[in-house]
Design a protein around this ligand. Structure first.
Ligand code: NAD
Length: 503
């Protein structure tokens, strides 16, 4: 049960505490933020509404803890991360339970998220000891005009304080994908969890606490993004921001100072289907890609661009599979569960109604109860409909029929997003050319878009992001290169003759 057993100390009455200076604390604001269960629409949990003063203190502690952490041997940092990963996995049940209650993620997927997060932490620890344990050695005589009089040694040093802001849809996984690389690289970490997902994050942070990380190295500040968000992201103590979410990331990047930014933002992932595609494979990938976690995934298939000649057959196959999706409570592992909030459900409904007015074909009847929206496939969607371009973040999927591959690529490239895309064809040569032509960070051939496995590079072009994620890329992004140059009085060529006479 959330907030019980080893997690008792993170709860103060009915309000979860925030984490600072190695302790669980109650905010001096005396205020809390309610977390509404998307399925019941009732308050499920409460978290502290931290103040700007508390943010200042956390930043001070993070700065000073980082100094000694950077001097902690790499293998010890890795050891602590492995420990945290093990504690997290051992306690997957209460953490998964909070995911179910806070973000209505189906129970089995919630467990998967926690286990995957533990694996990510361990992988990061292993990768970190390797890539941070080696540097470069450069010789000056490879550049024209130079003798071999300079030896350049490069290594990677931490940035300082990393601010991590994950979104609601994978609050644990997308928090540890920032925390683990930051820590292994010798940084300290301040986490600002999303409101929906905050309690899951607090449980996860407690696993790091129990692993024995030094005081002040990790903090978790809760509160309204709109109240402490700007204060955090513009804080002078922050040396790097790793953010995953929607358009908020664009405004953060405009306000943040001269610091490295890792921004993983929205997407409108296109699924281009050619005439020769295996339509059964496409249909099952459209279901998995478009409707898993009710479409609330950055890499969900968000528009299908299918060649007219195979469109009828594909739509029929997808319709048959949509009919089999179960709809209901996350506790019962239903495929389709309530979307995260009422405003999100209203937004989705707005896109659906716009498509209806403009003549899209509804493959199912549109149905909504509270935040629960039944899965909906919209055929014959045209470019003048909002849903052709906007990210619904819900279980509704538009199908645009195309008469040429170029039309599909043009639609994909006209989007302001460029996260992922996918192409289905048996012709690998065509697939490669289409992949090259698509302006997205990743193209999947014959499979739905996906973020994992977590060590693969993951990045968005255009409004979908800055920088690249994935274990190795995140570690590198959270470090700086430092060089030391040894200057020799005379050129030194190894294995050269007469070195004694040059001494
Ligand atoms: N590209 C990716 O890797 C990826 C992965 C998952 C989700 N997403 C995107 O995330 C979006 C859905 O998530 P969301 O609704 O949680 O996004 P969001 O942008 O509303 O919120 C993201 C985070 O920002 C915080 N926040 C809000 N205002 C802030 C401010 N002024 N300053 C600092 N932080 C602030 C929120 O509390 C939350 O923690 C979708 O657009 C989805 O595509 C992208």
């Amino acid at each position: 049960m959330a907030g019980t057993g080893i997690f008792t100390e993170i709860l103060d009455g009915e309000v979860y505490k925030f984490y600072a200076d190695g302790e669980w604390r109650t905010s001096s604001s005396g205020k809390s933020v309610a977390i509404v269960n998307p399925a019941t629409r009732k308050t499920q949990y409460k978290v502290q509404a931290c103040t700007q003063e508390e943010v200042n203190k956390v930043m001070e502690m993070a700065k000073s803890a980082q100094k000694s952490w950077a001097k902690t041997p790499l293998w010890k940092r890795a050891e602590l991360l492995h420990k945290a990963a093990a504690i997290l996995k051992d306690n997957k049940a209460p953490i998964a339970e909070s995911l179910v209650k806070e973000i209505a993620k189906p129970a089995k997927d919630s467990v998967t998220e926690v286990v995957r997060s533990g694996d990510l932490i361990s992988y990061c620890a292993e990768e970190g000891v390797r890539i941070l344990g080696e540097g470069k050695f450069l010789l000056s005589d490879s550049f024209p005009g130079n003798e071999r009089t300079k030896y350049c040694l490069t290594s990677k040093i931490p940035l300082g304080v990393v601010l991590a802001i994950p979104p609601f849809n994978y609050p644990v996984n997308l928090a540890v994908s920032k925390i683990a690389p930051a820590l292994i690289a010798g940084n300290s970490l301040v986490l600002k969890p999303p409101t929906q997902g905050a309690v899951s994050c607090l449980h996860m942070v407690h696993c790091f606490h129990l692993a024995g990380f030094p005081k002040g190295l990790i903090s978790c500040i809760t509160g309204k993004g709109s109240e402490i968000g700007d204060f955090l992201t513009m804080h002078p103590a922050v040396n790097c921001i790793s953010f995953t979410g929607g358009d908020t990331g664009i405004s953060i990047s405009k306000k943040a100072g001269m610091i490295p930014l890792q921004m993983e933002l929205g997407g409108k992932d296109a699924c281009i289907v050619l005439e020769d595609a295996d339509l059964d494979l496409v249909a099952s990938n459209i279901i998995k890609g478009g409707f898993s976690y009710s479409g609330q995934r950055c890499t969900a298939v968000k528009v299908v661009l299918v060649m007219e000649s195979v469109a009828d057959e594909l739509v029929e196959k997808v319709k048959a599979k949509v009919a089999k999706l179960t709809v209901g409570p996350p506790e019962e592992n239903c495929d389709i569960t309530a979307v995260v909030s009422e405003s999100s459900a209203n937004f989705i409904e707005g896109l659906v109604m716009d498509a209806k007015e403009k003549g899209a074909t509804f493959c199912q009847e549109y149905k909504r109860e509270g935040n629960l929206i039944w899965p909906l496939l919209l055929d014959n969607v045209r470019p003048d409909m909002r849903i052709a371009w906007e990210e619904p973040f819900g279980p509704v999927l538009p199908v645009l029929r195309i008469s040429s591959v170029e039309e599909g690529i043009n639609h994909c490239n006209a989007s302001n997003f460029g996260l992922q895309g996918c192409v289905f064809t048996k012709d690998i040569n065509k697939a490669m050319l289409i992949s090259d032509a698509m302006e997205t960070g990743t193209v999947q051939i014959n499979s739905a878009p996906a973020r994992g496995p977590d060590h693969f590079p993951f990045q968005g072009l255009k409004d979908s992001g800055i920088g690249s994620q994935g274990v190795t890329n995140s570690i590198n992004l959270m470090t700086k290169v430092k060089t030391t140059v040894i200057n020799l009085p005379t050129p030194s060529y190894s294995m050269g003759d007469g070195f004694i006479s040059r001494l």
